[in-house]
Design a protein. Structure first.
Lengths: 90, 153
């Protein structure tokens, strides 16, 4: 499996404590679907109503996917996806 | 299941030990940005629970009622910490019209279970002076626990 997805501390409850998991897919959406199969519930913490959650930042090879197609951002072998919850509040 | 989960070992203490210079720097930042909310972090070696390096972050919202780390700055910080073996030990922000207690938004968006959430209230002061209050909390799974602050010289 080809794409490494780095998991933030708060979501490691879904990965048995693993800091990173691997998945397959030609887009971010496909990779998230793939890893959700082995880590049920993980995708729901990143995606809501078919879009990225407002307070979750996702990067593919250092590029913020909000500028590269969102969930349709392309992914390929060797790519690194970073999931980073926004530090925010009121 | 508890909010921390298996495989993760945050250092849970009932006290935040923090250097005087860091407290002063957070208060200064909060005063400068008043009436907008100021925000930033103090990072330290992973697993140490010792805050050693303060980094101001840009509040992308530039708002008196909301803060969000500017995403590119936050990502740069993430990458830097991956290299240096550091993690966020303290997340700080200011409340400029309310007390130094986590708001509902603070609680619902808290995403650093290992961190101490420190709030500086400038509600009773302004850029030139006046009293401020500083309080520290753990926020895990929407549960807020206040902790003592032990300021070291």
């Amino acid at each position: 499996m080809s794409v490494e997805v780095r998991i933030p501390t708060i979501l490691r409850t879904f990965t048995g404590g693993e800091k990173a998991v691997r998945g397959d897919g030609a887009t971010l959406q496909e990779v998230l679907d793939d890893i959700d199969g082995r880590n049920p519930g993980l995708k729901d913490r990143i995606v809501e109503s078919e879009a990225l959650r407002r307070f979750v930042n996702v990067y593919v090879n250092d590029e913020d996917v909000r500028f590269t197609g969102g969930l349709n951002a392309p992914t390929s072998d060797g790519d690194v996806v970073v999931v980073l919850p926004a530090v925010a509040g009121g | 299941m508890d909010g921390v989960g298996r495989g993760i070992t945050p250092s849970v203490t009932a006290v935040l030990k923090i250097a005087r210079e860091h407290v002063d720097a957070m208060i200064a930042h909060a005063r400068e940005d008043h009436p907008d909310e100021a925000c930033g972090v103090i990072v330290g070696p992973e697993g140490s629970d010792v805050p050693t390096r303060l980094i101001r972050m840009t509040n992308a919202e530039r708002s008196p009622t909301f803060f969000r780390f500017e995403p590119q700055e936050q990502f740069a910080l993430y990458k830097e910490m991956s290299t240096t073996g550091e993690e966020i030990v303290v997340v700080y922000h200011s409340h400029t019209a309310t007390e130094a207690y986590p708001s509902r938004t603070d609680i619902s968006l808290a995403s650093e279970p290992q961190a101490h959430y420190l709030i500086v209230s400038t509600a009773e002061s302004d850029v030139s002076g006046g009293s401020v209050s500083v309080r520290s909390f753990r926020i895990v799974d929407s549960a807020v626990t206040e902790e003592e602050i032990d300021v070291t010289e």
